[in-house]
Write a protein of this length. Sequence first.
Length: 258
Amino acid sequence: MVKVDLNCDMGESFGLYQLGNDEEMMKYISSANIACGFHGGDPQVMRKSVELAKKYGVAVGAHPGFPDLLGFGRRHMAATPSEIKDYVTYQVGALREFATALGLKLQHCKPHGALYMYAMEDEQVARTILEAIAEVDPDIVVYAMNHSAVVEAGKKVGIRVAREVYSDREHTVTGSILLKRTGSPIGDYGKMADRVVRMVKEGKVLAHTGEDVLLKAETVCIHGDTPGAPYLAKAIVEALKAENIKIAPVHDVLSARA
């Protein structure tokens, strides 16, 4: 049976600010990328997010970003490799301790926003992030887009990398994505879900320019703050099940495809 991971960025609320619909999304996903306080989230939200993941049987992962709360981690920051390494270590370590306190183990790490895109294009940054993860726990899987520098760096550092595709963003011919949402008005969820099924089954997606692009879909991202995200998640789950594709945490997916 074909398996795929379904992940969602969560725990990005902080203080009085509420983002996303975390508990509703937990009903559909297999892995949660939990913000660690730098671009979103705070200690109380981190604990609550891990508690929700445990309640719904969802695997827990860290979602570290640049220290840019005002820009939600989506602005590029000039940082040295040692600074980036410490940013990642600090955030992953913080979430790991919340997971440990609740009897869970960190499954994965998905860099957030500008840091994620920076690592895609810069081999040194990619390697720096992976080295930080290797020091914390070499069993942690790192998420990266197809053709990201992280994929090759992972082989050198000895960290497993799960190739990620997106349900709610357009892909480009280079394997990257357009940061602008595709939009998901009521009625389009089925079409978006069918696109996910094609990525998983055929390893293909129609780029925003009209060409078919080859990719590997080991984990599929749904952003929790995408309009109608729970409806999209439900449509994806139903479409995958109809094709006998099992939704499973990324550790299980990589083991099945090894």
